[in-house]
Write a protein that binds this ligand. Sequence first.
Ligand code: ARG
Length: 592
Amino acid sequence: MTSVPSLAATVNQRVADALSAALPEAGAADPLLRRSDRADFQANGLLALAKKLKGNPRELAAQVVAGIPTGGSGAVIKEIEVSGPGFLNITVADEAIIKTLAERAADDRLGVPYADGTGTTVIDYAQPNVAKEMHVGHLRSAVIGAAMTEILEFTGEKVVRRHHIGDWGTQFGMLIQYLIEHPHELDHKSGEVSGEEAMSNLNRLYKASRAVFDADPEFKERARRRVVDLQAGDEETLALWRRFVDESKIYFYSVFNKLDMDIRDPDVVGESGYNDMLEETCRILEETGVAVRSDGALCVFFDDVKGPDGNPVPLIVKKSNGGYGYAATDLSAIRDRVQNLGASTLLYVVDARQSLHFKMVFETARRAGWLDGKVAAVQLAFGTVLGKDGKPFKTREGETVRLVDLLDEAVERATAVVREKSEKVGLSEAEIVENGYQVGIGAVKYADLSTSASRDYKFDLDQMVSLHGDTSVYLQYAYARIQSILRKAGEEQRPAAHPELALAPAERALGLHLDQFAEVLSEVAESYEPHKLAAYLYQLASLYTAFYDQCPVLKAEGGAAQVANRLFLCDLAARTLHQGMALLGIRTPERL
Ligand code: ARG
């Protein structure tokens, strides 16, 4: 079973029915039900509707109220009243809350339906660059992309992952030529190479080759010729290029592994994966007139894209020297994803600083007919990670901060926090280490996911591992606390819904929030806004904390039925937290 209508949906439907009975011209108008502070829900839709149909909103509201049975046994709506200029304030019956939640709890998917009209989304995320260190920008793409992938799959969407790594380009001429002249630079100390060692070799080689490239014009020329060999498919050159890619992958996978992220090799289709299509892509663009020659380069122009001097800035698909760039690759990737992978949506989790590139690429693909009305192309653009000083995150020396260093520090800090609290819970050393890891990585992911992706955010480890406030640690503690109560309850006292019981205010607030899980998820999946799921879970943990403070669970004053009913709320809150956090890629340790 899935798809348990939420209480909110049921109430909305009742009001909508009464509305169309009172005012048949209104058709299937939406009463626009929202959670409210005054009552459980407020319906705001009557106001605009009455105005549109030139009626009196308060009269219409009164008619709707008259058409809704309330208060009787089994009634969902306990009270409904007109307020202000024509709002409806609605209070639901305690019984209806617990009954709805019980249906939801009986389902593995917590009553979350599969979305209507799902299709195939090709998601482009976690795309670092070969022979280069990963930085916080790559963290954002990986974390946000992984969360969106899980969320979309949970709603029933077919998701194809594409990790568009930077594995091609002129810089490989320099790297390969240097390796030919210094053949042992990528050798491993021992058989098994760590990601760390692989990256440090690549880094050293990159810096050394760049230095020679800048200082020695003859080397520069040899490097340039090497690019020609690479593009011509020379076997020896390609074999060396592959070494760079393979070494880098060892490093990437070590970082993704540290991030507790499952990146699969067949999904890593880097820029080089589209080499065979580039020529054809350019030919089609030129033949259809979408692209034109300008100063020897093949360009696409846009009326609304101009540089500071007022001259149009084109998208260059083929350079005047015959080389293909980033745009040709992305255009070819679109053809592949739409025509071969059958994408109905293309989703790009990429830095906002590349927005102009994607705007031009999408528009070009539309003109060429590769994107039509049936395929949506969306950039889920994210902002910059800032240091505590509010400037783009750099080391004191002005270098980009290594992602691994940040992750290690986060885990270290989190382990200290876990250790401090561990005695009360009686954790073993192994559990402290494992939980420290889960809390540290969770903290980094949550900090990224809890603000709107489009905004910049400050990377502040002190704040990230704090036990108070909107952090993953706070959520993880809420989850572990519930598990501890459930363990204490033991076998004799099991969670069981008791709809006949009256609910305390904190129970109602928690219950009504639990009721909204499916709706929040469907909104998040549609709008690509994982921060709304984070906000929902944070509120859930906060409401649980209030419930825990106000409503004794195992010592409930109302006796065994109330104990069971409160355990039922605890259990559903825990399952919802666990499911929600899992979708964000964050673990929930059982004991903290
Ligand atoms: N590798 C690029 C970077 O590090 C990101 C790739 C984004 N995806 C794409 N299809 N262009 O900036």
